[in-house]
Write a protein that binds this ligand. Structure first.
Ligand SMILES: *Cc1c(COP(=O)(O)O)cnc(C)c1O
Length: 423
């Protein structure tokens, strides 16, 4: 019998995805230090960045990186355990641990790698891993990698989590949740989950990729904001590439946890350490994130402004109080058409489609930064409302009341469908 050809099969799957309007598209985005990107020769105001505090382009952060690279070179040249662990890594781990109120912190190359490392180090085939349905893909992949039984519960529903835990009494259990959900912007019910884990003897892990720097006292994240400590949340994963504007991740917890990761987390042991200059830059970013409170205050003002403006314009928002403000569009084609409409107006807002989000919940993921201005949010919201109205107009037989209100004659530009992604 002839074997199926793997590349042929992959090509066929991509073609099927393209036909369904779901093809992902890689584009070159030239970033400046601020809130603009240049794509296909056009300068766009970006609402795509997770650089919530505006630190990725900060002069002190860039300066720390350049200074360290000039001193130590670029690459770490080896894994942490084989000579790649330098002074900057060590100092950053200590500073992260002190900030987060944990005994120790351990650096990983990315949040994805950290999640794979933690779950594979802690869980075995006889164990159960209970996860929110909307957890980040890296947590779901991590559960598959460690061969523990994966049980998913209804989004942000501690009762549903309790039922999943109860279905495996006696099994060692890790309950893992995003602190802030990356595509919805809402915050997990951390207190309820902590109470549940304490009662059930399960270990609670929070992936706070989007909460760190943004929520809590001094930006310590969603766990701090919920008033939970290291006993209640023994495993805390934070990423360094979002609000901190750099790259990499850290897992913070008791010395015993970190020692277990050093011994058993493959994605820690068998990979080159982060460039030391990146650790130096992250130290600079951390100092700014902690002490420049105005950045969080500005974000709060902008989030409230955006939500008020969206409500006034009748746009469907999620229940989010974080800088992640999804605007729901429905089907993939609608989200794509809206994203293209916004791009023509000078805004870069990515459309998020299934399978990243559930069917029928395609959306524009608007990410706010402390560097945005109120007037920019107003202009984006106007463009969004105009786009929504034009879509409704096209979808209906005659012009809807919404479409008639559209201030410009450019309705024809918008057409739901796979559009450019077919290319
Ligand atoms: C972005 C993200 C990750 C992955 O972090 P990287 O450092 O980008 O690999 C993990 N978990 C969540 C919830 C995220 O949003």
């Amino acid at each position: 019998m002839l074997r199926p050809d793997l590349l042929e099969r992959a090509t066929r799957r991509a073609a099927e995805r393209a036909a369904a309007g779901g093809l992902r598209r890689l584009r070159v985005a030239e970033r400046g230090p601020g809130r603009h990107v240049e794509i296909a020769g056009r300068r766009l105001l970006s609402f795509a960045s997770n650089d919530y505090l505006g630190l990725a382009g900060h002069a002190a952060v860039r300066g720390a990186l350049i200074e360290c690279a000039a001193r130590e070179g670029v690459g770490a040249t080896a894994a942490h355990l084989l000579g790649g662990h330098g002074r900057e890594h060590d100092a950053l781990e200590r500073e992260l641990a002190a900030w987060l109120g944990r005994e120790r912190a351990l650096l990983f190359s990315s949040g994805y790698a950290a999640n794979l490392g933690v779950l594979s180090a802690l869980l075995g085939a006889d164990d159960v891993c209970v996860q929110d349905r909307l957890n980040h893909r890296s947590l779901l992949d991590a559960a598959r990698l460690c061969a523990a039984e994966l049980k998913r519960y209804r989004h942000a529903d501690a009762d549903s989590a309790a039922r999943q835990l109860a279905s495996r009494p006696g099994a060692a259990a890790l309950l893992a949740t995003d602190g802030v959900f990356s595509m919805d912007g809402d915050v997990a019910p951390l207190r309820e989950l902590a109470v549940l884990c304490a009662a059930e003897g399960a270990t609670l892990m929070v992936d706070d990729a989007h909460g760190i720097g943004v929520l809590g006292e001094d930006g310590r994240g969603s766990v701090d904001e919920a008033g939970l400590d290291a006993d209640e949340v023994p495993v805390l994963m934070v990423t360094l590439g979002k609000a901190l504007g750099c790259a990499g991740a850290a897992v913070a917890g008791d010395a015993e946890l970190v020692e277990a990761l050093v011994q058993f987390a493959g994605t820690y042991i068998y990979t080159t350490a982060l460039p030391p200059a990146l650790a130096a830059a992250t130290r600079a970013a951390l100092a700014i994130a902690r002490h420049e409170r105005w950045r969080r205050d500005r974000l709060g003002v902008l989030i409230a402004h955006f939500r008020r403006g969206a409500e006034r314009r009748g746009l469907a928002l999620a229940a989010s109080r974080t800088p992640i403000q999804p605007v729901f569009a429905g089907e993939s084609g609608r989200a794509l058409a809206l994203a293209e409409h916004l791009e023509r107006r000078g805004y870069f807002v990515p459309a998020i489609r299934p399978p990243t989000v559930p069917q029928g919940q395609a959306r524009l993921r608007v990410a706010l930064s402390a560097l945005h201005r109120e007037s920019e949010l107003d202009a984006l919201l106007d463009a969004l409302a105009e786009g929504m109205a034009a879509l409704d107009h096209d979808a209906l037989a005659g012009p809807s009341p919404a479409a008639r209100r559209t201030p410009t004659g450019r309705v024809r530009h918008l057409r739901p469908g796979p559009a450019r992604d077919r290319a």
